[in-house]
Design a protein around this ligand. Structure first.
Ligand SMILES: Nc1ncnc2c1ncn2[C@@H]1O[C@H](COP(=O)(O)OP(=O)(O)OP(=O)(O)O)[C@@H](O)[C@H]1O
Ligand SMILES: [Mg+2]
Length: 415
């Protein structure tokens, strides 16, 4: 057998021996990705013909994958002569290959193409959906095949967490927790980032850098799980698209963001959040951004919250472009009251986020049944709530109107 010398932090040592399941979880910059990339290369050199599938939940392009990192490991190990780097895969010694795929692009049929793989290496496994995990586990079935997971924990209910850190992890599993302090290669720039968060972002510090779960607001009406169970890489055919703007009141340096969101309703009658375009700056900037997104998505209308001066808001938008269809909306009820029906749509699985909108999703998770629990202003989430309210009017109208509408609709149908 060939031997390869790979420099690795001691914390990962238990993962060097064979095991059906291997997991490394922890905070940012703990060396998880580097460790598994090194292990990919080592495994391919030591066992000729090894096939490795590097997967993640959503992979829009190869740039999202660990391909570049694995290539760098091959170079740093002086093993370039044993591998052949191709545009979409890496040929490994003895006729194997390392491929890079998004689980979302797989169906129950297509996943069978991975049956001949020795290793499934899952990066950012906290975003893996229950469906993807369920597809992957029985597919990786070769003798001595292994499943590797690297992740930054978010919720105990995330599928990878439930599997490997739950009450009954699979018998043949080795899981280590790694943090920045375990990474002998922790770079200076991350040292500064970490220190900044320790001082200025104490609420989120333990999650970001120590691998603790996301802080959860008590009584939150959204959970992170609901976003990533329904997340998509691309939207389906869309019926109606709107851009919504929740402008900030002032435009000083420390003022809130202007929430700008693009949402759509699909031909399948589901809702889609397509983009978070929120930004800081003087009013003409939100107006310019809103119009740019209106054009980019060929939207039907711009929905604007006009509580802080209706004419001014309309004027700001029209000073960038006249003739755009504007729908003015006014908040008459509290934020969380407007949020409730939208959160119900999410719980019913009727809304998908196209791609990941970390900051917006964070804000959603701070809405509780008694108010917004964040210290920030939920501008991004509010823009999306306005857009979805416009797209799902029946569900979100005042109860009295809704009853009348349903009643009329039924009457007409019966007649
Ligand atoms: N084996 C190694 N050799 C050289 N540098 C390393 C090694 N391991 C980690 N590093 C350095 O530490 C940094 C963080 O490592 P890595 O990206 O693997 O962490 P991570 O746990 O995957 O972080 P994240 O959660 O942010 O993805 C890297 O950018 C690199 O600079
Ligand atoms: Mg990583």
């Amino acid at each position: 057998m060939r031997r390869v010398l790979i420099e690795t932090a001691e914390i990962f040592e238990p993962l060097l021996k064979p095991s059906r399941y291997k997991g490394a979880y922890g905070g940012r910059g703990s060396g998880k990705s580097h460790f598994f990339a090194g292990l990919d290369v080592e495994r391919c050199i030591v066992r000729a013909g090894t096939n490795i599938a590097c997967v993640r939940e959503v992979q829009k392009t190869l740039r999202d994958s660990v391909k570049k990192l694995i290539e760098a490991k091959i170079v740093s190990l002086g093993a370039l002569n044993q591998f052949e780097i191709q545009s979409d895969r890496i040929r490994t010694p003895g006729g194997g290959s390392i491929i890079f795929q998004g689980m979302q692009d797989h169906t129950a049929e297509s996943i069978k193409s991975l049956e001949d793989f020795d290793i499934a290496h899952v990066e950012e496994a906290q975003t893996l959906s229950a469906r993807s995990l369920e597809l992957l586990r029985p597919t990786i079935r070769k003798k001595d095949s292994e499943l590797w997971f690297g992740w930054n924990p978010r919720n105990p209910s995330d599928p990878v967490d439930r599997l490997l850190r739950g009450l009954t992890p699979p018998k043949d599993s080795i899981v280590v927790r790694a943090n920045y302090s375990d990474n002998n290669f922790f770079p200076d720039v991350l040292k500064q980032e970490r220190e900044h968060d320790r001082l200025h972002n104490p609420d989120r510090y333990a999650h970001i850098w120590l691998g603790e779960y996301e802080p959860q607001a008590i009584g939150a009406i959204w959970t992170r799980q609901v976003f990533h169970e329904h997340r998509l890489a691309k939207p389906p055919s869309l019926e109606r698209i709107v851009v919504a703007v929740d402008p900030a009141v002032t435009d000083t340096e420390n003022s809130d963001y202007h929430g700008v969101a693009v949402c759509a309703i699909g031909k399948d009658q589901r809702g889609y959040v397509l983009e978070d375009g929120s930004l800081h700056g003087p009013p003409h900037q939100w107006a310019t951004r809103a119009i740019a997104l209106y054009d980019k998505y060929d939207a039907d209308a711009i929905v604007i919250e006009v509580n802080q001066g209706g004419d001014m808001v309309r004027h700001t938008l029209e000073s960038v472009r006249r003739g755009v269809r504007i729908i003015e909306v006014r908040a008459t009820r509290g934020k969380h009251v407007r949020a409730e029906p939208i959160s119900a749509l999410y719980s019913l699985g009727r809304i998908s986020h196209v791609g990941t909108m970390v900051e917006m999703e964070d804000q959603f998770c701070k809405f509780t049944s008694s108010g917004y629990a964040g210290s920030d202003s939920p501008d991004r989430a509010e823009a999306a709530i306005w857009a979805l309210t416009e797209l799902f009017p029946r569900l979100t109208s005042e109860p009295a109107c809704e009853l009348t509408e349903i009643h009329c609709a039924e009457g007409a149908w019966m007649g």
